[in-house]
Design a protein around this ligand. Structure first.
Ligand code: F6P
Length: 491
């Protein structure tokens, strides 16, 4: 936090993302404020609270849309504002093409190896370009100097860095890509690959979660564009602009936000078990995800089923709670996936249920972060089994929540988090037997081993928290700004 303040003295940063950090909806005539299920928001929001400035995002709630001034510009967080949320409202048609279409039916499956075929429609691409332009115009309006620091978030805005630079050539544009970057062959099927890459190369800094994603990006640029790549410094020179491509593994807030107010682990455990109608000695596994086909929820349920087959003594003693926030439900693939999750849970429950006992407790609705944290504190095991994931902050949140140094993390080797949390039980989620064994190992792990593993994962999340993530990028940006200023003076 201190580093952030130092780097930003005198600067007002502008963050741009599709997802907004606070959603106002009208329920039963009252305005309710929700925090979305989004790794991006989890990470960037505390950074914005520590700095100040403006966050520009797509307005997604129902309440503000209806009011007279539509709350285009609101001070947030609502209880004690630190920064401004500037909303951009999209029509249904724009949202369909830019967000559901190009971003989530095109780029999302293109960048994740989850074997869902990307769909590329010319009309979606046109909306994507138009909405990127709309956000670029908003940034230019928000900028109070000719060299603002702009933080562009994610795959919704690949074209934005170049658009910003064409109007504000001295801007420092830090782009962070929150999802994986595929290899050149995979990326190459996108009909507009060159435009996307050129757009991204308007950035001063381009960040990914892992060195592997950076390497894939450099190889992709090498394959499809005429550029100069300096592998030693990891920079790309293109159209008169220099971009540093670097890995900055994202993280979460530390200290843990509810540290001083949340009930003890024992109290959380009692509260959650009672609310689920379970006895105090019942064992709990937990999954927390958006209902997205990349998250490996079906594979996780199959591993629970296999574990119960192999260890019948666990039937009646262990339940797996899946918190599954609905997401992108307007898309066919997501609707079909929600149905698959429901049906598989029902089938497994029918197979093992006795009396009121259910091996899988599916909570397919949005849960506010504070409640999710109580679940983290109640769970003996947390399972993160993504088929492919940029980082996965659920893994880090579980670790941060366990100040009692208990609990075991089962973690997919295909997440960015697996590159850092080596003391988790790492699994290949496609290999059901292996995940089932890891789940059983977690449930039977002695307390001293849980403590040893948890302690070292907590130290990592504490030391490499989200302030460090943002601080490292801003420090690199400050160095580049300084160098550019000196070069101008000399020139
Ligand atoms: O981190 C990837 C990401 O797509 C974010 O961009 C996004 O906020 C989050 O997952 C949730 O997805 P969505 O905003 O589409 O609900």
């Amino acid at each position: 936090r201190r580093l952030l303040h130092k780097e930003l003295t005198g600067e007002r940063i502008i963050v741009v993302s599709n997802r907004e950090p606070y959603i106002h909806t009208k329920e039963h005539g009252r305005v309710e404020i929700h925090r979305p299920a989004s790794g991006l928001v989890t990470a960037v929001e505390p950074v914005m609270r520590a700095c100040s400035g403006t966050w520009i995002a797509h307005g997604s709630g129902s309440a503000d849309r209806e009011t007279v001034d539509r709350h285009d510009r609101v001070p947030v967080p609502p209880s004690h504002p630190d920064y401004t949320l500037r909303r951009i409202w999209l029509t249904k048609e724009e949202e369909t093409g830019y967000y559901y279409g190009f971003a989530n039916e095109g780029l999302w499956p293109l960048c994740h190896i989850a074997h869902v075929r990307p769909i590329f429609r010319l009309s979606d691409w046109q909306q994507y370009k138009a909405i990127n332009k709309r956000f670029a115009d908003a940034i230019v309006k928000e900028a109070d100097s000719d060299d603002p620091v702009v933080l562009v978030q994610d795959y919704h805005f690949a074209l934005l860095p170049r658009m910003i630079r064409s109007v504000l050539p001295k801007a420092t544009v830090i782009t962070f890509w929150h999802i994986p970057w595929p290899n050149p062959e995979s990326f190459g099927i996108c009909p507009w690959r060159e435009e996307l890459l050129q757009g991204m190369l308007g950035s001063t800094i381009l960040g990914f979660h892992t060195p592997f994603h950076c390497k894939n990006f450099l190889e992709t640029v090498d394959r499809y564009l005429e550029t100069r790549i300096e592998h030693e410094s990891s920079t790309i020179s293109h159209g008169g602009n220099l971009t540093l491509v670097e890995s900055y593994p994202i993280s979460i807030q530390w200290p843990y936000p509810w540290q001083d107010t949340i009930p003890t682990v024992d109290e959380c455990r009692n509260e959650i078990l009672t609310s689920l109608g379970l006895s105090p000695t019942h064992l709990i596994g937990l999954g927390v995800d958006r209902q997205d086909y990349t998250k490996g929820i079906l594979e996780r349920f199959l591993a629970v089923e296999r574990m119960l087959e192999l260890h019948p003594e666990m039937v009646g003693r262990f339940s797996f709670v899946q918190i599954a926030a609905p997401t992108r439900s307007a898309l066919d693939d997501y609707q079909a996936f929600e149905a698959q999750v429901r049906n598989l849970a029902t089938r497994i429950n029918q197979r093992f249920s006795t009396g009121s006992y259910q091996p899988i407790i599916l909570k397919a609705e949005h849960h506010e972060p504070e409640l999710v944290n109580r679940y983290y504190r109640a769970a003996d095991v947390c399972m993160v089994t993504s088929l492919h994931d940029g980082m996965n902050l659920v893994a880090k949140e579980y670790v941060a929540a366990r100040d009692d140094e208990k609990g075991v993390l089962v973690l997919s080797q295909f997440t960015g988090a697996a590159h850092e949390l080596h003391e988790a039980l790492l699994v290949n989620p496609y290999y059901i037997e292996q995940t089932a064994d890891a789940l059983f190992q977690a449930l039977s792990m002695p307390a001293f081993e849980q403590q040893e593993r948890m302690r070292s994962m907590r130290a990592l999340v504490r030391d490499f928290n989200v302030y460090r993530w943002a601080g490292r990028m801003l420090l690199d940006a400050a160095r580049i700004r300084q160098r550019e200023k000196l070069a101008l003076r000399i020139g």
